[in-house]
Design a protein around this ligand. Structure first.
Ligand code: PSU
Ligand code: MN
Length: 301
């Protein structure tokens, strides 16, 4: 029998003893952020988690092995690997057989976290329904996967590269509850308010613990999404945002970008065109989500 999932000793011990653990994804540093910022952000995220007294479990594929709790060396080598692949959940067994290094998407990370017994996961932005999905059917596997996993996932909503109202409709269809952290304005990742509202906000982590307690008590096995906006004074200026978004979408169409490549293409385009301004926002958003996820993990024990 091949080993299908490897946990670091630290994560294994923490899960076994009920100590708090926070899962972190790897596509953000293999395909979402440029070098060398990617590795800095990945390692800083782990430090934020540790500072809160929580064990970080960064998840990815190392030589094909699904690993929960990557070492610093493994994070560094995945960050600098030109041949690292983007691995969604369906790709995990294929990439494992081929012994590939892989950055796991939200879908793959969430699945592996749940298998390892980790209950809380922080990411930057979720995948969702792409613009034009009525024709292309391009909806991230993140949504359907989270619908079947009893996790808490913290994000700053979905990026405005996606179709936000269609994404919110799909969350409803899939029984994915979404609460805003101290707001009912659904965040738009780069901006604190996407312009679309959600029904419920929570005042603090205690309320999240309360919701999860009822969910688990009833045996409802879908993820609770916590939407955590970037502070308004740290967001990408709205005019900059709207202009770069329009040109990124036009470039993707002109280049016939499709499928799995769409999200990395758009993110990379926006980073280059804003000369790093969107990158700073991206990092700020991620820091906030990691800090909140660590607080939730600590409170959920
Ligand atoms: N959203 C971001 N940054 C990212 C991603 C999404 O703001 O890096 C990554 C996540 O790993 C997410 C994946 O799971 O892209 C979604 O890709 P797709 O749309 O192909 O499912
Ligand atoms: Mn897709």
């Amino acid at each position: 029998m091949p080993t299908s999932l490897v946990l670091s000793d630290e994560v294994r011990d923490a899960v076994a003893s009920g100590a708090p653990v926070l899962a972190l994804e790897s596509t953000i540093f293999t395909h979402g952020l440029p070098r060398p910022r990617n590795v800095e952000v990945a390692l800083e995220a782990e430090e934020i988690v540790r500072a809160a007294g929580v064990v970080p479990a960064t998840i990815g594929l190392v030589g094909g092995v699904p690993t929960v709790g990557l070492s610093t060396d493994e994070i560094v080598s995945l960050s600098n690997d030109d041949s690292v692949v983007k691995v969604s959940l369906r790709d995990v067994p294929v990439a494992a057989a081929k012994k590939l290094n892989g950055g796991t998407t939200v879908a793959a990370t969430a699945f592996l976290a749940a298998r390892a017994g980790v209950r809380v996961f922080s990411t930057g932005g979720l995948g969702g329904v792409h613009r034009g999905a009525q024709q292309t059917f391009d909806e991230s596997a993140d949504l359907g996967t989270l619908a079947g996993l009893p996790l808490v996932v913290v994000s700053a909503g979905v990026k405005s590269i996606l179709d936000i109202p269609l994404t919110l409709e799909r969350l409803e269809t899939l029984n994915l509850a979404v609460v805003g952290y101290r707001t009912t304005d659904y965040p738009g990742f780069y901006v604190s308010d996407s312009g679309y509202d959600i029904e419920y906000s929570v005042d603090g982590v205690d309320e999240i613990v309360d919701i999860v307690g009822t969910r688990d008590g009833l045996g409802i096995s879908s993820t609770l999404l916590v939407a955590n906006p970037v502070a308004a004074d740290k967001q990408l200026p709205i005019d900059v945002h709207d202009a770069v978004l329009a040109s990124a979408l036009a470039a993707a169409e002109a280049d016939h970008v499709a499928g799995n490549d769409t999200t990395p293409f758009l993110l990379d385009y926006i980073q280059r065109e804003t000369k790093g301004a969107s990158l700073d926002v991206n990092v700020e958003v991620y820091r906030g989500n990691v800090a909140l996820g660590a607080q939730i993990a600590a409170a959920l024990r």
